[in-house]
Design a protein around this ligand. Sequence first.
Ligand SMILES: C[S@@+](CC[C@H](N)C(=O)[O-])C[C@H]1O[C@@H](n2cnc3c(N)ncnc32)[C@H](O)[C@@H]1O
Length: 238
Amino acid sequence: MDCNRPYFFDKDGDERMVKQNPVNWQALANLVERESRTSLPQRPWDILDLGCHTGGFLELINNRFGKRLDGGSFIKSLAGVEPIESARDEAEKRMPWATFDAWIEETPTCSIDLVVGHEFLYLVQDLYFWTRQLKRILRPEGGAFISLGSHGENTAWLRWRKPLLELYGHTSYIYQPINILDTGYHAGFNMELHRLHTQPQTEMRYSPPEDGWGEFVSAKEALDFQQQKYVFIFYPKR
Ligand SMILES: C[S@@+](CC[C@H](N)C(=O)[O-])C[C@H]1O[C@@H](n2cnc3c(N)ncnc32)[C@H](O)[C@@H]1O
């Protein structure tokens, strides 16, 4: 991916992404909250969002977890990883108290309690290397919540890859969900698989694709789409 480009898609495409993704970010934050009661450290977390783009999800996390009922906070620090410099700059402006790097390799070892990431893993070239980096940066009692609909079991996604390459130069990698689970397990994680959306979505606003990607071929495919988003939880084996 060309990291000097000003947008991930283009101006309109990025605006659309920022407008459409909060429903997924909310669902991911709900899962973190549920799991935090039993499976995450009971102290403020150092949090990292992988593929944070302009920081919208981090801001949601800040609003959602920044204050506890007892007046404390679930957050010790916030950070993001984002290769596109202009997106990273915008995230920095939005949250001057957070820190941002371009690549996961720049994150210090054993420094993070909670890693989140929404729709970026299909852009990672080497799943094996990335999983080992994840293991390196996470504290043993932490966890990573990585959400993905762009995977090898999603037929719509498999059609969209070609136009995305032609239109935006996005090279995407096909990961089968079972391979993500297997790779994580062999890197030293206890792996969990969840649906991102626990309830089927029974409605979807239909907007015909303007730029040649994102079309559905059937009503069923459109309605099934959100249900094909999975969350892979990586807990270091304890
Ligand atoms: C589909 S967008 C999703 C952005 C954001 N997570 C969201 O939910 O709206 C994918 C993002 O991942 C970033 N990205 C690309 N390659 C990456 C990598 N190797 N590691 C982390 N992020 C990457 C892209 O620049 C882009 O901002």
